[in-house]
Ligand binder design. Structure first.
Ligand SMILES: [Zn+2]
Length: 457
């Protein structure tokens, strides 16, 4: 090979590297530019590490946050507290993932011109949340830690997702030097990031599994003497429930009956259904991802397997995910993926509009219908329809034991069976004691405000 040919080859090689690099850059630009312009160092969109380019309102147009210049929160103290975890704080301790996910759309960044919306009007983001419902939920939590969430299982709109403790960003307490424990985990969005032992709300999973895989389950009966023994160990109830069917085992939340139902379902099937129902999967929407739950029965003794079907053992669920599981049952086996951001506009132009995204079918219509009927029976015979005036509520309570002498967490999950109010919900009151006694008054208040909001009152 002479020198000229050799040089031509080297030049060719350089040219190829250059071209490859340009193609790579172009690809990155097209796919990533929206993210680059809203990275925390960009002076165009951030003020003091916060996005700054418009206003964020709730579903009715009430301004929750104005970020045109500095961060100006709602003029109402309760609203500032109840929506803080979705909007973020001034110091960046609370990341508002869903809001910042659409920052580029709010700033109106144009891929071709590389400039922001020149209208000068700034962006506008409308959330699906209702400030009114958020405030009702915050008030109902009465200073206790946990989360209250409600979403529309037909459209996926999250009307309410309150996480406590919280604080007023315009009157921020000295959290670092607080010794009372009232601000423990205050930066955490419990709806998204926490997992909890579900306790008896998990019996809904076991019930759906049994309905699907145990032949003749509706004709079987189970006897509870208050104890169901496994050698020296046992599953216990607070009292002897006597003879029960699957329906009354669920309404009386009988552990001994569920230990027997667990045996009929079997380990292999339980693992299969937990996976099929997606109850421990993480959930992603609007750029945020929820914590994964846990269902692990590998190498467990029969007594531990029984407890796992009762929502104890090492079971963990995330509130957002369990709420959507409730939504799927309400929807006849198919729910809607939740979302928090309804619309984004930059100046006059609508740059984002949420769509309803249906979930995959997680159970047959028949099984979902039967579970729904059982959960309706729980409210009619145990929790009381009088607590939910005008609403056809289906639910299951849970009192999840924590060990270490701690008061149990109170849990309550369910939905409204009504075309006009297709709402699924989830309540967690940490160390709240009995599930129904603690959570029913909370969700009762919140659902009545949801109803008023949907009625346009
Ligand atoms: Zn029992």
């Amino acid at each position: 090979m002479n020198r000229v040919t050799k040089r031509t080859w080297i030049m060719g090689l350089f040219l190829l590297v250059l071209l490859g690099g340009m193609v790579f850059f172009l690809w990155e630009y097209v796919t990533q530019a929206g993210d680059w312009v809203v990275f925390s160092g960009s002076p165009h969109v951030y003020n003091n590490a916060n996005i700054g380019c418009g206003t964020i309102t709730d579903r009715s147009g009430e301004v929750l946050l104005d970020i045109t210049d500095q961060r100006t929160y709602s003029s109402d103290a309760a609203t500032r507290k109840s929506t803080l975890h979705w909007l973020g704080d001034r110091k960046g301790f609370i990341s508002a993932g869903a809001v910042s996910h659409y920052a580029g759309k709010m700033a109106g960044f144009d891929l071709v011109s590389g400039i922001y919306s020149s209208s000068g009007e700034g962006g506008q983001m409308t959330l699906t949340l209702s400030a009114r419902v958020q405030n009702a939920a915050l008030e109902a939590m009465a200073g206790r830690k946990g989360t209250v969430a409600v979403y529309n299982y037909k459209t996926g709109e999250i009307l309410c997702a309150v996480t406590t403790p919280t604080y007023d960003p315009d009157n921020a307490p000295d959290i670092a030097s607080d010794t009372t424990g009232q601000y423990e985990g205050v930066y955490l969005n419990r709806f998204l990031q926490s997992t909890y032992p579900p306790g008896s709300i998990f019996k809904v999973v076991t019930t759906a599994a049994a309905l699907d895989c145990v032949p003749g389950i509706l004709d079987k009966t189970f006897t509870c003497t208050g104890t169901y023994a496994y050698g020296t160990e046992s599953v216990t109830c607070e009292k002897a429930h006597g003879m029960l069917t699957l329906e009354t085992a669920l309404s009386h939340s009988c552990n001994c009956a569920f230990a027997q139902i667990a045996e009929l379902v079997g380990k292999k099937n339980m693992v299969k259904y937990v996976e099929q129902f997606g109850v421990t999967d993480s959930l992603s929407f609007d750029g945020v991802t929820t914590a994964e739950g846990n269902y692990d029965i590998s190498n467990t003794a029969p007594v531990s397997f029984a407890w796992s079907c009762i929502g104890q053992h090492t079971d963990l669920i995330n509130p957002a995910r369990y709420m959507t599981f409730m939504g799927a049952i309400a929807g006849g086996g198919v729910g809607a993926e939740p979302h928090l951001v309804a619309r984004v506009s930059a100046g006059e132009e609508v740059t984002y509009e949420a769509d309803t995204v249906k979930t995959d079918r997680i159970m047959s219509k028949e099984v979902a219908g039967q579970v729904r009927q059982f959960m309706r029976n729980n409210v009619r015979t145990i929790y009381g329809d009088g607590n939910f005036l005008g609403l056809n509520v289906c639910a299951k309570s849970g009192t999840s034991q924590l060990g270490g002498g701690q008061t149990s967490n109170a849990m309550f999950a369910g939905f409204v069976e009504d075309e006009a109010y297709p709402l699924a919900f989830m309540v967690v009151v940490e160390n709240g004691g009995y599930g129904s006694a603690t959570c029913v008054p909370v969700i009762s208040k919140v659902l009545s405000v949801c109803k008023a909001v949907l009625d346009g009152q």
